[in-house]
Write a new protein. Structure first.
Length: 516
């Protein structure tokens, strides 16, 4: 019998492993916040690169991720190094992440359009590759720390919380230290001198956080899932088979489609967010703080939805979150366009804007908490179907989906700016009002349309709490048989096998009714 996923019986998952696991996500949060919010603005508006070319770089980088994310996941699934399946990759990513992130933000002067395009392309791809080396195994590690349906959501909550602490730190430090307004640059985010220090300070911070996460969870290595027996040696053919097998999973299909579209919508939102704060809301240097306010909404929402995960179905909570996020994201710009929003001179102008941004991001915490937990459940279902533990493949897909926010989403944002002829290196008051209005329409209703499609797709997901409990019971019994078959009496072994077979037959009847 295939002993897929068997490991030493783990002690109770305490606070510290969850803490150190979560801390590692701060590095990914820093990378995402800087890439999603500042990268398009920096290269197009500050350095003068054509926004369509800047968006093309982000799209090319996404194609690179489409290969490297499942590749890294597949390799780590069957890795048999001295540090287990995941930790060796996490340690290896520490230095490359710090170095490549710095160079993204430090192009030499006088490169011109072709030079800027090449510099942005090379270092963006390398930085995202370094993050993939760490992030995909780190995500998969979270699925291995617990088998419990509700506990998995709490583990993910640590990751989400610290991810947004890292993201918020980018905006707070940028506004208070790096992007201060000056006579030459009243909007500090348009000052080119602000960005190389950002790359240096946060590149070092990301490397340190990745190392701390790896060393802080190192003691759990003996208790993590082991590679399943009898895998083929790694090859592109095996990678292709792994990807196809994952895509055939009936729960993964609606999950991946829904989360993919949701992250693209968030990517457009993030890519245009600083443009909106600068040119539509006219916040000056405080435009940098608008995304930070939203991130604090996620920080407050994360523990709330982590607690609710023990009482609600994950799919219900996910859908509730993206509906609330999309409606509250669309409402403010539409209200301002139809003169229902407080005037810019009103004392409640900023309060209203920040409150709605906070509320939208509060709801965004729900899908962020549940996504990783739902995918861990899918990995269990896949193991029952195939006998193989392949968290890496599934979380490679999740990583690819989240990076879509900095890839397809930002590329679409760049394309939209080009289509509406948004000027580069422009003064705020010099941008035509009609152009700013088009910016708001793309940011509001345009994002909502993508989210609606995401909701329709995700509604087909059918892996419930009860169904997962049955899957875990069958997996536990199968693994118990594999471990104890030599010692147990023949009659007991036969009885166990009969019980497991009966449950698995019921499972296939259930799947047949779903597909019908």
């Amino acid at each position: 019998m295939n002993n897929a996923g068997l490991a030493m019986e783990a002690p109770k998952l305490g606070f510290m492993p969850k803490l150190w696991f979560g801390v590692g996500q701060a590095a990914e949060g820093m990378k995402n916040a800087s890439f999603n919010t500042f990268l398009l603005l920096y290269y197009s508006q500050v350095l003068g690169l054509n926004p369509a070319l800047a968006g093309a770089v982000l799209l090319i980088a996404l194609v690179f991720d489409a290969v490297t994310d499942p590749l890294t996941g597949s390799i780590s699934d069957t890795w048999r190094g001295r540090f287990g399946r995941r930790h060796g990759f996490m340690y290896a990513a520490t230095l490359p992440m710090a170095v490549t992130f710095y160079f993204v933000w430090s192009p030499p002067a006088g490169l011109g359009q072709a030079g800027l395009f090449g510099w942005m392309l090379v270092w963006t791809v390398l930085a995202r590759g370094a993050m993939t080396l760490y992030h995909v195994p780190h995500l998969a590690l979270g699925a291995e720390l617990s088998d419990d349906y509700a506990e998995r959501s709490r583990v993910v909550a640590y990751r989400v919380f610290f991810g947004f602490v890292g993201a918020a730190s980018i905006f707070v430090i940028a506004r208070t230290s790096l992007m201060l307004p000056s006579e030459a640059f009243p909007e500090g985010q348009l000052n080119p001198a602000a960005y190389p220090p950002l790359g240096l300070y946060f590149g070092i911070a990301m490397g340190v956080l990745i190392f701390l996460s790896a060393i802080g969870t190192h003691a759990r290595i003996p208790y993590l899932k082991k590679p399943s027996g009898g895998e083929d040696r790694f090859s592109l053919a095996r990678l292709w088979r792994d990807v196809v097998a994952a895509l055939r999973n009936p729960s993964f299909q609606p999950f991946f489609g829904g989360i993919f579209l949701f992250f693209i919508a968030r990517g457009v939102d993030n890519g245009l967010g600083l443009y909106m704060g600068t040119f539509f809301w006219k916040l000056g240097s405080d435009a940098v703080l608008l995304p930070a306010v939203g991130l604090f909404g996620v920080l407050f929402g994360t523990p709330v939805f982590a607690l609710l995960a023990g009482r609600m179905e994950k799919k219900t909570m996910f859908l509730l979150g993206i509906i609330g996020f999309s409606l509250l994201t669309m409402a403010p710009p539409i209200a301002k366009l139809v003169a229902w929003f407080p005037a810019h001179s009103s004392p409640v102008y900023l309060t209203t804007l920040y409150s709605l941004s906070f509320a939208a991001s509060f709801f965004a915490a729900a899908p962020l908490v549940t996504a990783g937990s739902m995918l861990a459940d899918v990995a269990d279902e896949h193991e029952l179907d195939t006998g193989r533990r392949q968290e890496g493949i599934f979380f490679g897909a999740l990583s690819f989906s989240s990076k879509s926010s900095a890839g397809i989403g930002s590329a679409l944002a760049g394309l939209a700016l080009w289509l509406i002829s948004f000027p580069t290196q422009a003064e705020v008051e010099a941008v035509p009002q009609a152009t700013v209005t088009w910016l708001a329409l793309i940011y509001g209703p345009g994002v909502l349309a993508m989210v609606v499609v995401s909701i329709v797709w995700l509604s087909r997901y059918g892996l419930t709490r009860a169904r997962h409990a049955e899957i875990r019971e069958m997996l536990d019994e199968r693994n118990a048989l594999a471990l104890g078959v030599e010692e147990a009496p023949a009659e007991e072994v036969s009885s166990r096998r009969t019980a497991v077979t009966a449950r698995e037959k019921r499972r296939w009847r259930w799947r047949g009714s779903r597909s019908g």
